[in-house]
Design a protein around this ligand. Structure first.
Ligand code: HEC
Length: 174
């Protein structure tokens, strides 16, 4: 086998997520990579808040800043009209309800900024184990009560809830 075949095989075996994207190109590939990076970042933040990794305020700040830089208009710019041919999982409703889609991207921008700003705060409150389980709603208010609202835990919950709310509406079920 040629060396590059080994590299390709290795990548395919070690990164199952990436397989679905072999055929993704252009803007679809770009946004998939961006989304995967976001997942890596929010997973790390959750792991730090859960104590599975040592809490590092500077790393949390950087994660918040990186997510913020890729959200809002930067995110919606990666969804030009009609760009959801397979393997994309984006729904047509993105372009039927652009204001709503933009709203979630802006919510992510706002809360990832808050996460960065509050990274040094006290770790009050709780988070669901997995970021995918963080939802908007009453349970979110238990994420620290009044006292916790100025801290990073509350902000991290909102960040994940913004991801999940947008996926629930604008990403096809697998
Ligand atoms: C404004 C809406 C929106 C927000 C906010 C959003 N996403 Fe997504 N995400 C999507 C859409 C739409 C897709 C499907 C894209 C496609 O397949 O073309 C997607 C796909 C993904 C995927 C799968 C990528 C792949 O490789 O197929 C992951 C992982 C992901 N998002 C993570 C996140 C995380 C983590 C956040 C929050 C930090 C987030 N997303 C915020 C809309 C959003």
């Amino acid at each position: 086998m040629k060396p590059w075949v080994h590299v390709a095989l290795f990548a395919a075996l070690t990164a199952p997520l990436a397989i679905a994207h072999e055929s993704a190109t252009g803007v679809v590939k770009d946004r998939m990579e961006q989304m995967e990076r976001f997942e890596e970042l929010i997973e790390r933040v959750f792991a730090m808040i859960h104590g599975e990794l040592t809490y590092d305020a500077a790393a949390v700040r950087r994660a918040g800043e990186e997510i913020r830089a890729g959200s809002g208009r930067h995110m919606t710019a990666l969804f030009p009209e009609g760009s959801n041919a397979p393997p994309s999982e984006a729904t047509d409703t993105i372009w039927q309800e652009p204001a709503s889609f933009q709203h979630y991207a802006d919510m992510l921008e706002q809360w990832s900024g808050e996460l960065a700003a509050r990274a040094d705060g006290r770790l009050r409150g709780t988070l669901p184990q997995k970021w995918e389980d963080a939802e908007m709603g009453p349970a979110m208010m238990q994420g620290g009560g009044m006292m916790g609202r100025s801290g990073p835990v509350f902000a991290a919950w909102h960040v994940a809830a913004a991801c999940n709310a947008c996926h629930a509406e604008f990403r096809k079920e697998e």
